[in-house]
Design a protein around this ligand. Structure first.
Ligand code: VG1
Ligand code: CO
Length: 543
C-alpha cells in the first residue's frame, strides 16, 4: 500500500461555522473538497503523526464514503489508531464520550446535525479536541488558515476497510478499531441516572413516545429505553437511521416533529414525548398536552438536578447561550449558583465545563448537556426528565405549572427567516448595529427600550474574546429581542429573531406564547425592519 501525495489548491469557503464545516453534499463530493479539509485538520492541529482519533457520524448520505477517505488519509499521515463506530455510526455525544474515555487526540464527526441529508441535502465535518468538545475558535481558525495554505494532501492507496464487523484491523501502519456505537454510551448513562427508578416508572404503566426521526438516536434509544429500562416495544418510533432521514428534516421542534406533537396533543396521548436530531445532540420534550420550550427545560433540569444521582451533590454552576431565555438565571439566583452567558454554539461551554465552573449547560435550540461529555446530549436530557418524573410522579404539565408559579414564566419564541438573500440579511444586521446607540429611551410598539448592544464574550477561563455574537435590545419589564445570523445554514442567510418576555402575574402563566409576545414581536419588526428588508411577510419556522 503506497502513500500518495496529491497536489491540490486551496478551496474557497472552508471556514468552519457554529459547529464545523457544513455544505451541500454535492459540494463535499467535489474532487479534493473533503480531502483538503481533512488535511487542513491535520495541518492545523500539529499533524496526525502518532495520533489516535475517534471517527463516526450520524449515518447520513456520503458518511460511509467519507469515513473511508478519512481513514486512508489518517493512515497516510501516520496516525497510530482510529476508533470507529460500527458502520461509521456514532452519535455526537457518544463520539464525545469515546474521545474522553479512550483519551484520544480528538475526533472527527461527520454530520450536518439537524440539517436534512441526502444527495442534494447537507453534509458536514467537525473536529473535536481531546476534551471531547467541538474545537474552540482558536483551533477552527488554525484549521481555516490551513485550508488557505494547502498545496497537497496525503492519502493511502488501498481498498475499503471493513467497518461492519467489530474488532481491530490494520490499514497501512494504522490500527482501525471498530466499536459498538451504543455500548460505552449506555454504560455512562447507567452511571448518571437511577435506572431502577426509571424502570419502576415504566412498570407502573407510564408511557413514552420517543421519535428518533430516522436518525442516529434510534439504536441508542431502542437499546436504552426499550431494552434496559423496559419501555414497551414500539415506544421508540422512526428508529432505523436512514441516509436521508426518511426524507425528513431531523430537527426536533414542533414544526419538524409535528407527528409527535399531534400524538401528544391528541386523544390517548402517552405521558411523555421526546425527539432528537440527526446526530443525537438535540432534544425536544413534550408532555401530554404540554410542549416544553428548550429554555424552560434547561431551567427545570437545573431546579430538579439533585433528584438525579450524578448531580445529587448539587451543581457547580450553570451556563446558557446568550439567546437562550433567562428562565435558567431565575433558578440559578434562587439556588445561589453562578450562571454564565456564552455565545451560540457548544464550543463556548467547553472551558467552563473543563474548569469545573459549570455542570449544566443549554441552548434555546434544543441543546442541553452537562459535564458528562463535552457536547450537548439529546438522549441524556430525555433520561434526565425520566429520572425527575420517576421521582416526582407528577405530569409534565403539573411540573411546568409549579415551576412557573415559583420562578415566573419567561415566554419565549424564536422566529427564523430561512434562505434570505445574504446581502439583505447582512444589510439588516448592519443597519440595526448602526442604530443601537440611539435606541435606549425610545418607545417602540408601546414598549420602552432600556438598553441595546452587540454581544461579545470574554471567556473567563482562557481570556479569549469573541466579538459580534448577536444584537440585543432590552425593553422595560424584562423583555428582550435578539437578532443574529445562523452559522450552520448552507443556503443564503438565515435570520434568527429571539423573543422573550417575563411574566410573574399568577393569572397570566398559561397564555399562548405568540400572544404573550405580541408586542415584543411587533417591536422587533419595527426596530429591524424585518418584513421590509427580507421581503417576507412571516417567519419560515416559529419555535
Ligand atoms: C444552531 C443553533 C445553535 C447550535 C448549533 C449547532 O446554530 O442556533 O444553538 O449550537 O446550531 O447545533 P446557528 O448558528 O445556526 O444558529 V447542531 O445540533 O446543528 O450540532
Ligand atoms: Co445536532
Amino acid at each position: 500500500m503506497s502513500v500518495q501525495r496529491i497536489s491540490t489548491k486551496p478551496i474557497e469557503g472552508q471556514k468552519p461555522g457554529t459547529s464545523g464545516l457544513r455544505k451541500k453534499t454535492p459540494v463535499f463530493m467535489q474532487p479534493h473538497y473533503l480531502e483538503n479539509f481533512v488535511q487542513a485538520i491535520w495541518n492545523g492541529t500539529g499533524g496526525a503523526e502518532g495520533k489516535t482519533y475517534v471517527l463516526g457520524g450520524d449515518g447520513r448520505y456520503f458518511g460511509d464514503r467519507a469515513a473511508q477517505v478519512i481513514l486512508r488519509m489518517a493512515a497516510a499521515s501516520g496516525a497510530k489508531k482510529v476508533i470507529v463506530g460500527q458502520n461509521a455510526i456514532l452519535s455526537t455525544p457518544a463520539a464525545s464520550h469515546l474521545i474522553r474515555k479512550r483519551q484520544t487526540d480528538g475526533g472527527i464527526i461527520m454530520s450536518a446535525s439537524h440539517n436534512p441529508g441526502g444527495p442534494k441535502e447537507d453534509f458536514g465535518v467537525k473536529f473535536n479536541t481531546p476534551n471531547g468538545g467541538p474545537a474552540p475558535e482558536g483551533v477552527t481558525e488554525k484549521i481555516f488558515q490551513a485550508t488557505k495554505d494547502i498545496s497537497e494532501y496525503l492519502i493511502l492507496e488501498s481498498q475499503d476497510v471493513d467497518l461492519s464487523t467489530l474488532g481491530s484491523r490494520t490499514l497501512g501502519g494504522m490500527e482501525v478499531e471498530v466499536v459498538d456505537p451504543v455500548a460505552d454510551y449506555a454504560e455512562l448513562m447507567r452511571e448518571i441516572f437511577d435506572f431502577d427508578k426509571i424502570r419502576a416508572l415504566f412498570q407502573s404503566g407510564f408511557r413514552i413516545r420517543f421519535d428518533a426521526m430516522h436518525a442516529v438516536t434510534g439504536p441508542y434509544a431502542k437499546a436504552i429505553l426499550e431494552g434496559e429500562l423496559g419501555a414497551p416495544a414500539g415506544s421508540v418510533v422512526n428508529a432505523v437511521p436512514s441516509p436521508d432521514f426518511g426524507g425528513g428534516h431531523p430537527d426536533p421542534n414542533p414544526i419538524w416533529a409535528k407527528d409527535l406533537m399531534d400524538t401528544m396533543f391528541g386523544a390517548d396521548a402517552p405521558d411523555f414525548g421526546a425527539a432528537s436530531d440527526g446526530d443525537g445532540d438535540r432534544n425536544m420534550i413534550v408532555g401530554r398536552n404540554a410542549y416544553v420550550t428548550p429554555s424552560d427545560s434547561l431551567a427545570v433540569l437545573a431546579a430538579n438536578a439533585t433528584l438525579v444521582p450524578a448531580y445529587a451533590g448539587g451543581l457547580k454552576g450553570v451556563a446558557r447561550s446568550m439567546p437562550t431565555s433567562k428562565a435558567l438565571d431565575r433558578v440559578a439566583d434562587s439556588l445561589g449558583l453562578a450562571c454564565y452567558e456564552t455565545p451560540t454554539g457548544w464550543k463556548f461551554f467547553g472551558n467552563l465545563l473543563d474548569a469545573g465552573r459549570a455542570t449544566l449547560c443549554g441552548e434555546e435550540s434544543a441543546g442541553t448537556g452537562s459535564d458528562h461529555v463535552r457536547e450537548k446530549d439529546g438522549l441524556w436530557a430525555v433520561l434526565f426528565w425520566l429520572n425527575v418524573l420517576a421521582e416526582r410522579r407528577e405530569s409534565v404539565a403539573d411540573i411546568m405549572a409549579a415551576h412557573w408559579a415559583k420562578y415566573g414564566r419567561n415566554y419565549y419564541s424564536r422566529h427564523d427567516y430561512e434562505a434570505v438573500d445574504s446581502a439583505a440579511a447582512n444589510g439588516l444586521v448592519d443597519a440595526l448595529r448602526a442604530r443601537l446607540a440611539d435606541l435606549p429611551g425610545q418607545t417602540v410598539a408601546g414598549l420602552r427600550i432600556e438598553a441595546a448592544d452587540e454581544f461579545a464574550y470574554d471567556d473567563p477561563v482562557d481570556g479569549s474574546h469573541s466579538a459580534a455574537q448577536g444584537l440585543r435590545v432590552m425593553t422595560e419589564g424584562g423583555g428582550r429581542i435578539v437578532l443574529r445570523l445562523s452559522g450552520t445554514g448552507t443556503e443564503g442567510a438565515t435570520l434568527r429573531v429571539y423573543l422573550e418576555r417575563v411574566e410573574t402575574d399568577p393569572a397570566r402563566l398559561q397564555d399562548d406564547p405568540q400572544a404573550a409576545l405580541a408586542s415584543i414581536i411587533a417591536a422587533a419588526d419595527q426596530i429591524a425592519g424585518i418584513r421590509e428588508r427580507t421581503g417576507r411577510e412571516a417567519p419560515d419556522v416559529i419555535t
